[in-house]
Design a protein around this ligand. Sequence first.
Ligand SMILES: *[C@@H]1O[C@H](CO)[C@@H](O)[C@H](O)[C@H]1NC(C)=O
Ligand SMILES: *[C@@H]1O[C@H](CO)[C@@H](O)[C@H](O)[C@H]1NC(C)=O
Ligand SMILES: *[C@@H]1O[C@H](CO)[C@@H](O)[C@H](O)[C@H]1NC(C)=O
Length: 351
Amino acid sequence: MHSLYQVSTFLALAGCVSGAPSSGSRLRKREALPDYATKYAPLSYLYSGEAWWPSDITVHLENVEPEVDYVATGANDSVTLNTLDSLSSDVYLTASDGPILDPLDGTPAWLSSEYGKPDDDNYSAAPGLIIAAEKNSTTTDVFYFYFYSYNYGGKVLDINFDDHVGDWEHVMIRFVNEEPYAIYCSEHSAGSAYYWDVVDFSGDRPLTYIAYGGHANYVTAGTQDYTIALGIISDKTDAGYLWDMTLNYRGYWYDVDSEEFTVAGGVGTGATEEDDETADWLSWLGCWGDEEYPSGLLDDIETGQYCISSECRYTSGPTGPYDKNLGRTTMCENDDDCTIFDSIDDLTTQS
Ligand SMILES: *[C@@H]1O[C@H](CO)[C@@H](O)[C@H](O)[C@H]1NC(C)=O
Ligand SMILES: *[C@@H]1O[C@H](CO)[C@@H](O)[C@H](O)[C@H]1NC(C)=O
Ligand SMILES: *[C@@H]1O[C@H](CO)[C@@H](O)[C@H](O)[C@H]1NC(C)=O
């Protein structure tokens, strides 16, 4: 049960903190992604009882407005992918509907909408994001980013923690000489890496399982436990709805030296939308959801916020893909603590 030992620091990191420098002028070349990026892309199962489906980032942006310190910036109440990078990095994209009080009651509709639920063709109307980062002449890391408008955090001792607007998760596959070498799955703010040959496949493509609510990624189905300071949270995964991101995505290159993003084209709605976009939005370092609601007697009455120890019911929305260590040298988001497992056994408690 390796996840039990992998004491997660996700709550400490959940606050929207970003460190990467801003980039200068951007490349405009439109080179397609390499074939191997889609040939070996993960096939990802959303949970059968999922309630917070994949979202199109453009739809998300239509339902949020920029705030700093809980106050609308006024600069641009509406934000689009093409104006995002003009916002300051201390901005929180905050739900226009006001604090999300009870996400389980199905409101607001854009958070509980099912348009991103994969259909019988494994197609989600919410485009994924594929970013290729060439590390050197032999090694290219391909990142598959999943976006959801809401993260339902789950419960410890029947108390709900870590709900937030906006949720970026990713799987990364490292290719050496154009062959897959290993796969990394983000799990809250930590994650797990595995050698390629040891995971399960459908044809050439590795299978991943996306946990209910919090959308952590795993290579096995079942119940996955992880630890926070207050106790154990159990993630639920199963082969519910298969999401094939290669049917609908925006594609990009990331240059690790210049830290610049370039449009690489995509497939489906993602391709159509990307035709009219630049890659500049990827350089924006602000947060994709509300700032953690304040905690204090009066605040609690307004928002339902509570914090026990350092863990709160509502936490801040996450930063975007740029802040997920795309330039990593190891297989993991945290380069200082990275093991590549050579087995997927005994990492899971089957439910
Ligand atoms: C507001 O948005 C417009 C485009 O709609 C953009 O040209 C302008 O730079 C933005 N202003 C600020 C202050 O973000
Ligand atoms: C969906 O994916 C599964 C697993 O790869 C495959 O068996 C099935 O044929 C796919 N469905 C369609 C309609 O392509
Ligand atoms: C290429 O980059 C990877 C990842 O940082 C590293 O493991 C590998 O040794 C590098 N190879 C060369 C030839 O520099």
